[in-house]
Design a protein around this ligand. Sequence first.
Ligand code: BGC
Length: 793
Amino acid sequence: MLCLGAQSYVRAQTAPQLGKASVKEVIAAMTLEEKAKLLVGAGRGFGPPPPPAAAAQGAAKPATPVAAPAGPMIGQTDQKVPGAAGVTYAIPRLGIPAIVVSDGPAGVRISPIRKGDSSKTYYATAFPVGTLLASSWDPELVKQVGTAFGYEVHEYGIDILLGPGMNIHRNPLGGRNFEYYSEDPLVTGKMAAAMVEGIQSNGVGTSIKHYTANNQETHRNTVNTIVSERAMREIYLRGFEIAVKDAQPWTVMTSYNKLNGTYTSERQDLVTTILRNEWGFKGFVMTDWGGGRDPIAQMNAGNDLIMPGNPNQAKAIIDAVNNKQLDEAVLNANVEHVLNIILKSPAFAHYKYSDAPDLKKDAQVSRMAAAQGMVLLKNSGNPLPFSGVKKVALFGNTGYDIIAGGTGSGNVNKAYTISLAQGLQSAGLHVDEGLLKAYPAYIADARAKMPKPQRGMGMFSGPPPVPQMTIADADIQQDAANNDIALITIGRNAGEGADRKLPDDYYLSDAEKALIKSVSDAFHAKGKKVVAVLNIGGVIEVASWRDEVDGILLAWQPGLEAGNAIADVLSGKVNPSGKLATTFTMDYKDVPSAKNFPGKEFPDQATGEGFRRQMPAEVTYEDGIYVGYRYYSTFKVDPAYAFGYGLSYTTFGYSGLKLSSPAFKGKLTATVTITNTGKVAGKEVAELYLSAPAAKLDKPAMELKGFAKTRLLRPGESQTLSFDLDAKALASYDTAQEAWVAEAGNYTVSVGASSKDIKQTAQFKLGNELVVEKDEKALAPQVAITEMTSKTN
Ligand code: BGC
């Protein structure tokens, strides 16, 4: 006996240590409780969980419903990094440290001020929002932003950044669209991959989110998203597939919604079959904060980590193993995924972070990137770049109170934001003094009179917008006499917890329309120009008012150097080269998902009160694969500004489109020469669209299969761009075969300056049908969907 006791004492002393022993040995030494705790975040107290949500219509009741706190939740951890979103459980006896995860997609979101520490601040750089970055169509640029971003993640003691966000812009009202990249999965995937590569080049991780079909905020914790397998594969999974294959993010975050009846975090086919087995994902999967309902189903699905985590979830896991409802081998696999990433983390390496990243340097990266992603939508009579302009009349609240980025977990606590007024002044321009005084005073007064935000989802949305200041026509006429040009800013903000609205958001308010009219009339009467600057995170209606102004610069939400970056473009210091990665429709009714957004709700089944109120809901993606330009081009609906569109201060010629072969044999390269035919240096984005034969399967008229951006070309200078097409680029998803199939026949390659401005075309032939990739059956909807097809055209 004595002897045995001594042996176990020795064993305890030499418990295998992570990094020294193999991961398998460490797992073998873990108790069941330790495993469960590692797989459930170390959490935050948000009070007791509400009763489990009523099972939605037709959905099976989960075996062990342990509801995480419902309602709004942006994680917080006050331990190592105050204001970070969450932390994992440490097991010091096995050498397993806690790792810290933090939001969000546009910059590190942590508390800028720390209790008992008045010596310094912990601000971070607000980079431009995802939609702006995607509008650069420049993965190298996005990687550069990611590299600066990841450096701040590292220097603030964070192990994994909860981003990039990469859901598809299915509908312009999506409240979090600003965090995401595009309506197109190729642009989305390439941008996300570049961001992941950049951030992870610092030795920290990312979490691409929200996996998947999370395209609305309305009822985000309960909505059942009903989508066809084909639309899933071609639209809603494709971006994630590209990001995983190209960049291996350390983690993936599952979404809040149900997908075809089951929470995404509880779907083994989504999390294990597709992500891990088909795509070769090597990291770990975490839930969104409070996402899903059933920890046992999450463990079985391969959703390795439940965040932010509460003790009930760990207990449910332990009980399920003890009751033989859950196989401990499942936990071992999940623990292995988590430990493999912890091994790479700065926490494991005891990295001595500085808490003092060089924010000045990163602000310059933010400014530079912001200018690269702005899109010049209109420039009639060339009001831009400013020429002979010294005095600017700056109208619109957001000229003085600019919106750097969206709200909720996509927000960044930054030390400052440069307003447009400041940016113009720093560029040596004179901003009308009357307006410069009146606007900030009006905004401060209006804010002071606003009611305090209520507890609930709305508390993440920041203060409501201040209505436009009204200015008497006589004053505007005076401004027109005193200044050389008018700028009118139109601002919009949104964020997690709510989708945008049509009145006064997608559509301009009456006050905004009146302002545009009065300013345009007054300035035009004096032969002076008017330029609108759109400081928005998502698409708005432009068709009804765009004729009144001479120019429109889409500045998006450009990060903390906003005003400087906008001034760089207005002044011509930077020639705009951004293009739309999301369509601006003529009207909301033209949006293919308009009649299926945000779907149906079931108020009679609602549970909980106040901000914990949960309402079952469902949305059916009848638009299928016809999202964005895939719809507008196929159904011949004219957009206001097409996908891929954007002007420059110069012009470009396209010539000599060549294909490497007239027949497809596994691979094909297209080359085209772009020439700067104008008077100033500029960069051009060229887009390659493919039109595939549609004998068997319904196909969109065109799909983006490649894009490339030139370097800065001097007037007269040319550059040849090349685009590689592999077999998958030719293929569509054939649900009957569960395979990506390229049909035999003629394919048309169209290279253009936008989806509506095709400059060169060429054709190639595929002799025989190709089954490019055979997949497992997965994600099948449980109900029939009446999907749009081009035959209904
Ligand atoms: C958001 C996530 C975020 C998480 C942690 C959730 O409410 O949906 O995007 O990363 O909170 O703050």
